[in-house]
Design a protein around this ligand. Structure first.
Ligand SMILES: NC(=O)c1ccc[n+]([C@@H]2O[C@H](COP(=O)([O-])OP(=O)(O)OC[C@H]3O[C@@H](n4cnc5c(N)ncnc54)[C@H](OP(=O)(O)O)[C@@H]3O)[C@@H](O)[C@H]2O)c1
Length: 300
């Protein structure tokens, strides 16, 4: 039995679809009751901040998919405290897993360069990853930068910026490097690793083969959409104002927008690994991931 957390989210929902296609038995941890026609899928009401609910939800579970972040959950006026909530949540989950003998935690987190001063968001992501790695439970961790696909917070912010602004202001982050990845490739790694023992107790950076600056990433997306855009370089980060505007215009929770924009200062480039050999595929090139995403939008 698998326990899937974050089943209503961008990643978890897609992992659920992929696991259902494989006829796997999945219990989804949700805060609001849901039902499924598929007998292999059940729902357990719970909250990662409520340890007792996790002790119940992890009974009879072999593998936990941990796809939780708290960036939009904190009480008003305490926006910075998502890190405290994220820490409590993963400590609760690790404790519940130990009580019920869960064998493995599979987690997706943010990519980072260990030599840089990390943003608040990436520091918190690292802390959650460290708690998993030091829990004594086997793990597989994947680290991604921007995931290309509608419904992903970072991509939806990019989509809003490119579609809404004929003149795009470019701030201090213009030369930060990033190595994006298509959502379908992320889901393949997350699901196929279940059957790959060599991924036990390993952490992997995942990305397409192209490394781009954020400015190149924006320009390429505008070109693929067929939009003519002008770019104006403005010194400084203008973090508050840009997150305020994009928090209003994009579908993403404004708190999440704020912390993701702060993370634009951090380079997200993959460290080498043997994933292509283990999984037998290479993530699709960046432009191809944009094309597939644009086609998916026009089909909806
Ligand atoms: N999206 C990206 O571009 C990206 C890039 C790199 C890494 N990641 C990583 O991928 C993971 C999943 O992110 P995502 O994009 O799928 O996030 P998401 O769409 O915001 O989903 C978050 C999920 O967490 C659940 N959740 C939040 N608080 C909870 C609580 N207290 N108890 C139980 N469930 C709770 C939400 O459920 P409700 O429906 O109840 O709110 C939702 O299903 C995160 O670890 C993130 O760091 C994402």
């Amino acid at each position: 039995m698998i326990l899937l957390t974050g089943a209503t989210g961008f990643i978890g929902n897609r992992v659920l679809q992929a696991l259902s296609l494989k006829n796997m038995k999945v219990r989804c941890l949700v805060r609001k009751q849901k039902t499924s026609q598929n007998p292999n899928i059940t729902y357990a009401i719970g909250d990662v901040l409520d340890r007792d609910s996790l002790i119940l939800a992890t009974k009879g579970v072999e593998t936990v998919y941990y796809f939780i972040h708290m960036m939009g959950n904190q009480p008003k006026g305490e926006q910075k405290k998502f890190d405290v909530l994220d820490r409590i949540a993963i400590e609760n989950m690790a404790a519940a897993c130990k009580i019920n003998g869960v064998k493995r935690i599979i987690h997706l987190t943010g990519m980072r360069n260990e030599t840089e001063k990390l943003s608040h968001h990436l520091r918190s992501r690292k802390e959650v990853e460290d708690i998993i790695r030091n829990s004594g439970i086997s793990y597989t961790v994947f680290r991604a930068s921007m995931i290309i696909g509608h419904g992903g917070a970072a991509f939806d912010i990019l989509d809003t910026a490119v579609k809404k602004f004929p003149i795009i202001p470019v701030f201090d982050w213009e030369d930060t490097h990033v190595q994006p990845i298509f959502i379908e490739d992320v889901i393949k790694y997350l699901v196929e690793c279940l059957e790959k023992k060599e991924t036990l107790n390993k952490c992997y950076d995942i990305g397409c083969s192209q490394v781009l600056t954020y400015k190149e990433l924006i320009q390429t997306y505008a070109e693929e959409l067929g939009l003519k855009r002008k770019y104006i370089r403005i010194p400084g980060s203008w973090h508050w104002i840009s997150s305020f505007v994009l928090g209003k215009l994009s579908p993403v929770n404004p708190n999440v927008v704020y912390w993701l924009i702060e993370s634009l200062q951090n380079n997200m480039v993959c460290e080498g690994n043997d994933l292509n050999k283990i999984f037998g595929f290479e993530p699709v090139p960046f432009k191809e991931s944009l094309r597939r995403t644009i086609i998916q939008t026009t089909k909806v």
